[in-house]
Design a binder for this molecule. Sequence first.
Ligand SMILES: Cc1cc2nc3c(=O)[nH]c(=O)nc-3n(C[C@H](O)[C@H](O)[C@H](O)COP(=O)(O)OP(=O)(O)OC[C@H]3O[C@@H](n4cnc5c(N)ncnc54)[C@H](O)[C@@H]3O)c2cc1C
Length: 553
Amino acid sequence: MTGMFEGPRYLAAFGPKRVPHCFTDVLVLGGGVAGLRAALAVDPRLSVTVVTKDDLLTSSSQWAQGGIASVVDPEDRFDNHVADTLAAGGGLCHNEVVESVVHEAPQRIAELIAWGTKFDERDGALALGREGGHSHHRIVHALGDATGREVMRAIIERVRGQENLSLWPGTFSVDLLTHEGRCRGALVWHRGHGKTLVWARRTILATGGAGQIYRESTNPEGAVGDGMALAWRAGCELRDMEFMQFHPTVLYIAGGSRSLITEAVRGAGAWLVDREGRRFMPDFDPRAELAPRDIVSRAISVVMARTHHSNVYLDLSHLDPAEVVVRFPGMAQICAKFGLDLARDRIPVRPGAHYMVGGATIDDVGRTTLPGLYAAGEVTSSGLHGANRLASNSLLEGLVYGARAGASASEEILGGEPDDFRVPPLSNPRVSDAYGPLDVEDIRNSLRSLMWRHVGVERNGQTLGEAVETVEGWCRYVLPRQFADPAGWQLQNMLEVARLMIRAAAVRCETRGVHVRRDHPTSLDHWRQHIAWQRGRAEPWMEPLPSGGVVRA
Ligand SMILES: Cc1cc2nc3c(=O)[nH]c(=O)nc-3n(C[C@H](O)[C@H](O)[C@H](O)COP(=O)(O)OP(=O)(O)OC[C@H]3O[C@@H](n4cnc5c(N)ncnc54)[C@H](O)[C@@H]3O)c2cc1C
């Protein structure tokens, strides 16, 4: 395979004498559930700055539909939630991480309620949904199918009331600042103010996922893997980059939005049918429509190929129409925009890139391998999801690790030696663009199509090899360039992350969790390890699980 072309350490030029400086105790990059929960956990004696590239209402967290998994029903047990998470995770979860996150879930839900989140109720108790891979009803939800909107409303309201906290919306994090092997803050850019060097005692990366690297995706436009690329360039270890989870049911109407149709619809009894109206999931798995996402996505791909049709359909026509509209008002509205009645019509769906399982390796309190840098949420690899995330475990992960990261960063700052807050002698006088104009949009579209074709629900060694060659070719002339705004920087980040995903997928010669190799269709025991990588190392390495690969489920 072609060697990796190493681009410059920083995407943009800056010189400490030419760029304004700002100082904060804790810098949080990202304003989704993980970033804001982290900011709220910072000790009020410390200053916090939260930087988001869009406004606070644009994030995957805002778009979350189904809900948050937590054991709250007295009939349910922590052990059940743990077992379901491990079973979905395909042998790569860290048992102790799963145990601790599952046990912390009720506390995080109670806290959201105390902060004013109005979860849906039935007969005076929390209404609990059920989703694929869950053995019990344990999904706490709000506004029917708009959980993220309600949870974020309550969190944002609380954030706005914190005096120690500054919000910087519309501000793009270009790169992490490192000096003598330590993260010292970030270089950020704002359309009105240009570049600023933000120096921080601790930085928390919470920039979310990378679904938009694929042509078909459920994610907001900004989910292009910026944080993973920032962490990579700064020398952080990244792990499990081959595991992109595809959501099986994304609304597929040419020219329409690629809206996700929540798993809870199948939990409520919806069927998946082919173009002839034949229900097919029972042929693939005894759990039928409630099998874990990877199994459902794969089954849909097989049926689409078998029926030579661009999609399959969700069928709710056998359910009570009044219930359907009450439980899924948002979805019903979106379908209605395209002349479809969610309760009666067959709804065209197919898989789309949904959740990035891999990311920056973190420990139990969210520390990355780079001193001074924490991370939380979808940008990380915590060990919770293994090779496949169980539905509705990700908002939970963001809440748990956000809270831990904010608290631990505070303890380190308040309990440790006073940090040297002087500006280090950093400078990065990059040469200007020597290559002439470039059609950024064209490469972006080509990359997204390539990822969908060659690194999608099913992969194989030959096409992964071709994808590496193509993306390396693009990297050679795109990465050294100097862009002046986020469109170019995002493309550079997408390329950086895409090639790590493709190379990891090529290395893992087996099928596990969401990573399906047509040429290696089974899971192999010696592959029950992570694939980890760090800039400067020519090759990735195999990283054993902390428990030695012993899986309890
Ligand atoms: C349609 C949809 C439905 C989902 N439903 C559920 C569900 O029901 N239950 C569940 O558990 N999970 C669900 N998920 C997944 C879940 O929403 C995400 O995994 C989770 O919200 C990620 O939170 P986060 O805080 O890590 O990132 P996000 O919420 O994506 O936030 C990322 C933040 O980082 C900022 N950012 C990114 N790059 C930069 C940059 N370069 N500079 C500055 N800021 C930057 C963004 O502006 C944003 O503020 C769903 C996801 C989608 C897309």
